[in-house]
Design a binder for this molecule. Structure first.
Ligand SMILES: Nc1ncnc2c1ncn2[C@@H]1O[C@H](COP(=O)(O)OP(=O)(O)OP(=O)(O)O)[C@@H](O)[C@H]1O
Ligand SMILES: [Mg+2]
Length: 187
């Protein structure tokens, strides 16, 4: 195994509206005070690097592999990378984890969990309403599969935790794994 760079990949997976982007930004804002941090957000990656991809299993896997590839490049140079993408297939997430670990990069999977009923109520992007009306094909959790992680390093339950509580859980898990990260776990 290569010498660890000090970089780390924090991989947030969960259904649309579960809170991946919200928590990625919150964790970044804390860590960015004294670390190099990048967020790879699924929406941004699809807008810039995966424009040609759709939502078939194959295209979703390609998208996740691309995010994993960039994440590894950055983490290799000591960056804390926070990936926030639905990434519905366990095997693809595990593949990214295995490659990262083989390169000496720590990989922390965070399951951002919330009941479907909560997500339908939130409907941050108005997509659940359309998916339930049958207007969106391949919508994860409604008309496309989501495979929850079996052994995530962290699980946050955003239907009954505040953003601050979920953020603190993630920061704590990072602090436990990486001596270099010393963060204020308050607020
Ligand atoms: N504990 C929590 N953690 C994160 N978000 C929370 C929490 N509690 C409530 N929320 C709310 O849930 C919503 C999460 O939306 P967000 O856009 O972050 O989801 P997402 O997982 O990135 O979805 P998508 O996959 O569609 O991009 C926000 O409106 C946020 O304020
Ligand atoms: Mg998002």
């Amino acid at each position: 195994m290569r010498r660890a760079s000090g970089g780390i990949i924090v991989w947030l997976t969960g259904l649309s509206g579960a809170g991946k982007s919200t928590l990625a930004a919150a964790v970044r804002d804390v860590l960015a005070q004294d670390h190099a941090v990048e967020v790879l957000d699924g929406d941004e990656i699809r807008a810039h690097l995966s424009r040609e991809l759709g939502f078939s299993r194959q295209d979703r896997e390609t998208n996740v592999r691309r995010i994993g590839f960039i994440a590894r490049l950055l983490a290799r140079h000591g960056v804390i990378v926070i990936a926030a993408a639905i990434s519905p297939y366990a095997s693809t997430r595990d593949e990214v984890r295995a490659i990262a670990r083989a390169e000496g990069t720590e990989f922390v999977e965070v399951f951002v969990s919330a009941a479907l009923s909560t997500l339908i109520d939130r409907d941050v992007k108005g997509l659940y309403r359309r998916a339930l009306a049958g207007q969106v094909k391949h919508f994860t959790g409604i008309s496309d599969p989501y495979e929850p992680p079996l052994g995530p390093e962290v699980t946050v339950c955003t239907d009954h935790e505040s953003i601050q509580e979920s953020t603190a859980k993630i920061l704590k898990a990072l602090a436990d794994r990486r001596v270099a990260i010393s963060v204020e776990l308050t607020g």
